[in-house]
Design a protein around this ligand. Structure first.
Ligand code: PEP
Length: 248
């Protein structure tokens, strides 16, 4: 398998000075030495341009947190995948639980966004995950199955990434156990292979949900975990770096 992908989702955090400093700090450390991982930061839309400039020529990739399914048009406040590509983005997160739950986004819309990302030459990071109630009811695998069936494009996008993010673990300090993660990722891997054949085996699977330097090692050593999607801890350079170190 390829290097682990360590992706930071900055969410709605940061003004220009902080974002640039965080990006520069990460790029400088990555250039000097450090773990053999693929670094990615996903700042809010407002910081994509300055952070992209700070990262130009470095090994740290740039991504966005969302995109619109259409290429252009009368969609006030939205951002098209081509616009993200134009700013130097390589990745875009789609279907994050904060979009699914906070904005009522359904899987069919997530699929449209993933397709738009692929058309624009971006690698979509499609997020799925069960909420607490579904977990307690023993429905985790069924929820993942349903979300993936409806959220993924028919043809496997180049560089597709799937992030398993149990909703109850996001920003709560609670983490899934390695056994839970192994079961969920094994199931997702099987679904991807069934859907996409050989291409499905190459899809990278990230775990997300309160990943910190202290728990990253065991989570990232779990079978079928190809990296981490990190929220809160990606805003602190030492913590984000520590997660990368634990991954290598
Ligand atoms: C996320 O937002 O994708 C996430 C995993 O957040 P946190 O690491 O803060 O739980």
């Amino acid at each position: 398998m390829s290097r682990k992908l360590i992706a930071g989702n900055w969410k709605m955090n940061g003004l220009r000075a902080q974002g640039e400093a965080l990006a520069r700090g990460l790029a400088e450390r990555a250039a000097a030495s450090g773990p053999d991982v693929e670094w990615l930061v996903c700042p809010p839309f407002t910081l994509l341009a300055p952070v992209g400039e700070a990262l130009e020529g470095t090994s740290v990739a740039l991504g966005a947190q969302d995109c619109h399914p259409q290429g252009q048009g009368a969609y006030t406040g939205d951002i098209a995948a081509d616009m993200l590509r134009d700013l130097g983005c390589a990745y875009v997160i789609v279907g994050h639980s904060e979009r699914r739950h906070g904005h009522g986004e359904r899987s069919e819309l997530v699929r449209g966004k993933a397709e738009a990302a692929a058309r624009a030459g971006l690698k979509p990071i499609v997020c799925v995950g069960e909420c607490e109630r579904q977990r307690v009811a023993g429905k985790t695998l069924a929820v993942l199955e349903e979300q993936l069936a409806d959220s993924l494009p028919d043809a496997c996008p180049e560089g597709l990434v799937v992030a398993y993010e149990p909703v109850w673990a996001i920003g709560t300090g609670k983490t899934a156990t390695p056994a839970d993660v192994e079961q969920a990722h094994g199931h997702i891997r099987g679904l991807l292979a069934h859907r996409y054949g050989e291409a499905g085996r190459g899809v990278r699977l990230l775990y997300g949900g309160s990943v910190k330097p202290g728990n990253a090692g065991e989570l990232l050593r779990t079978p079928d975990v190809d990296g981490a999607l990190v929220g809160g801890a990606s805003l602190k350079l030492d913590d984000f770096w520590g997660i990368g170190e634990a991954a290598a």
